[in-house]
Design a protein around this ligand. Sequence first.
Ligand code: TRP
Length: 409
Amino acid sequence: MITNTFGSSRSAALAAPIGPDEVDPHPSGRIDDVTTPGSSATSATQTPATQSPATQAPSARRKRMLTGDRPTGKLHLGHFVGSIENRVRLQHEYETFLIIADLHMLTTRNTRKDVDEVSRNARDMVLDQLAAGIDPEHATFYLQSAIPEVCELNTLFQNLVTVPRLERVPSLKDMARAAGKDEMPYGLLGYPVLQAADILCVKGDIVPVGKDNHAHVEVTREIARRFNFLYGEVFPIPELVESQITTLIGTDGQSKMSKSLGNAIMLSDDAATVRRKVIGMYTDPNRVRADIPGTVEGNPVFAYHDAFNDDPAEVADLKERYRAGRVGDVEVKDRLTSAVNRYLEPMRERRAGFERQSGLVDEIIVDGTERTRREVQVVLAEVKRAMGITGSYNQLRRKAERARKRRDA
Ligand code: TRP
């Protein structure tokens, strides 16, 4: 049996939704503990030592990481250097939540066929991350659409950001264009708001994401500050964790690595596939013979050597000989093939281990989703209390109950 960091078991049932009158079991969520919001929207970050969850001593609340991907297919080396490497590195330091963002997928891919592929893609993506070194005992994977409370939070957050602000998020126009849409879908414009709901629904403190997502984390921070300013300190202001390599070029040397462009090396590629893809890589086009000096800068073959070759002396030697016209492309690519395969080999072994246990990945996702949902319900209840929404209904209900009693008496 696998237990998560809170010690609850994989088989634990879904907790019942928290009713409006129930006491908040979240120890840090007492809104009467919270200092009155200051007069500026930035007060949240400037007020030291309040008793808000964001600023509590680390012992009181373990810091959380939240990140993830849309379930559109298997993960590649670009995903690895963009975000997964950071997830693996930080998973033990932070309580880790890894989203399978199928609602975000719908903002550009929403046919029945797209949806029918979600469960298989989710499985593949989780397996890729387990292979990459995510420890399922420490990290919690979850399927976004199975947590409807996130949509409720999204609705509340929609009032904390303006349309022009969202129109300035560059990735959204890129996504609309890539999806062949000539007008911006409403849901796609709201993509960063839904992402803010993901991050804040578990009070995420850090968000390791690739470059296209940086602006979304900025929107999240603005929404968190705005919320705290209006309703009291509920949310931490999440920090972006950048990766060392911001964008990995594709094997075609033309644009960033992307499965749909066919220029990606997948984490699940076998050694022969890696060889084939590396041999076919774009390299310095002026170098028609091995004795012509070549350019290392901007050459994808060398970008990959820099990123994945664990032998820096070999890389330095190859670069020097390449610049001097003393090495053939075949040797440079052969060495890259070996380097990438050395890099992926431990992943292949871990993958095989997980694959042998049939249904394990599904179990990891389902248990993670149930655990995450319980966390989100606690946070949503706190949000609604802070906003006074709980109170509106309670007033109506108390009066309705009194009326019913009078009538029945
Ligand atoms: N936007 C991410 C992507 O490009 C997926 C995602 C959705 C996400 N919600 C998130 C990432 C929250 C980090 C945090 O696929």
